[in-house]
Design a protein around this ligand. Structure first.
Ligand SMILES: [Zn+2]
Ligand SMILES: [Zn+2]
Length: 282
């Protein structure tokens, strides 16, 4: 009886091995499976910085604030809108991106250097969903709706489109959401100002989305941090397994400098006009 069971178990094992072997074969040769594999990751994704106080590409204007586009994903997302609409639209134009290409706007938090460009943007394209923290003033939501856009109030983490998520509202004083893109290499976290704390956000994303954080970019809000605090933060990033960093906006020059020294070739220089692709992160 026991011997019979053992033989059955062995047979089952052989069958499973055969099936998985065939699967590998199909995955390598069959177009269908390969196609499915490609569509299951966000490898074509690119991030285009359209608004930042740090210069990068000649011919673009810098100003205090932050905005970037996430492109090549199921939906084209404008994350934050900088402080000035005219400047935002000018920079987008110079980078060859039309406002009509945007499907979704995500606002990280209420500060004017992240929301100031929204009104002018919606005048060009109101056929978008605006994802904003639920804690935003009712007046703000009303104005967005009055311009013809759809408002999505975010409280808990949610999926914006395939592979792209919001962390949900984090923090207590200034509530803020960050953007998370799931790739085969791990998570990409994009922050506006990181008021809830950059390490806290990264830690939260890692736990909530159950994957390693591969790349973190955006405002780290470390302008007032001293050397020992900065050292601690870089160490926390390393401990959390963050492979690439691209601090910009309100990160501050000392933080950018230290991250550059500690991350060396894995430091991504982010400023206005920078495009970050998955190729830059390998
Ligand atoms: Zn802020
Ligand atoms: Zn800011």
């Amino acid at each position: 009886m026991r011997k019979g069971r053992l033989i059955s178990a062995c047979l089952l094992g052989v069958i499973i091995m055969c099936i998985s072997g065939l699967d590998v074969l199909f995955a390598e040769n069959g177009p269908k499976v390969v196609e499915d594999r490609l569509s299951s990751r966000a490898d074509d994704m690119r991030i285009v910085v359209v608004y930042d106080n740090n210069p990068y590409k000649a011919g673009l204007e810098t100003a205090w604030g932050f905005s970037c586009l996430v492109m090549g994903t199921e939906k084209t997302i404008l994350f934050d809108t900088g402080g000035d609409g005219r400047l935002l639209l000018d920079n987008m134009k110079r980078l060859g991106v039309a406002p009509e290409q945007v499907d979704v706007v995500v606002l990280s938090h209420i500060h004017g250097d992240h929301t100031g460009g929204l009104h002018d943007f919606l005048e060009k394209n109101h056929d978008v969903s605006v994802y904003l923290p639920k804690s935003f003033p009712e007046r703000f939501k009303k104005d967005v709706k009055a311009q013809g856009a759809k408002v999505v109030e975010v409280e808990q983490p949610l999926e914006i489109c395939k592979h792209v998520y919001s962390t949900g509202e984090l923090g207590t004083w200034i509530k803020e959401q960050s953007l998370v893109v799931r790739t085969d290499m791990g998570l990409i976290v994009i922050t506006g100002c990181a008021h809830p704390g950059i390490v806290e956000i990264v830690n939260y994303a890692k736990g909530r989305f159950e994957d390693d954080v591969y790349f973190v970019m955006g405002g780290f809000h470390l302008g007032g941090a001293g050397r020992s605090e900065l050292e601690k933060i870089v160490l926390s990033f390393k401990k959390l397994g963050v492979q690439y960093v691209g601090p910009c906006h309100c990160s501050g020059d000392p933080a950018r400098k230290l991250f550059r020294v500690k991350y060396r070739k894995n430091f991504v220089d982010v400023g206005v006009g920078r495009t970050v692709t998955m190729q830059d992160l390998k």
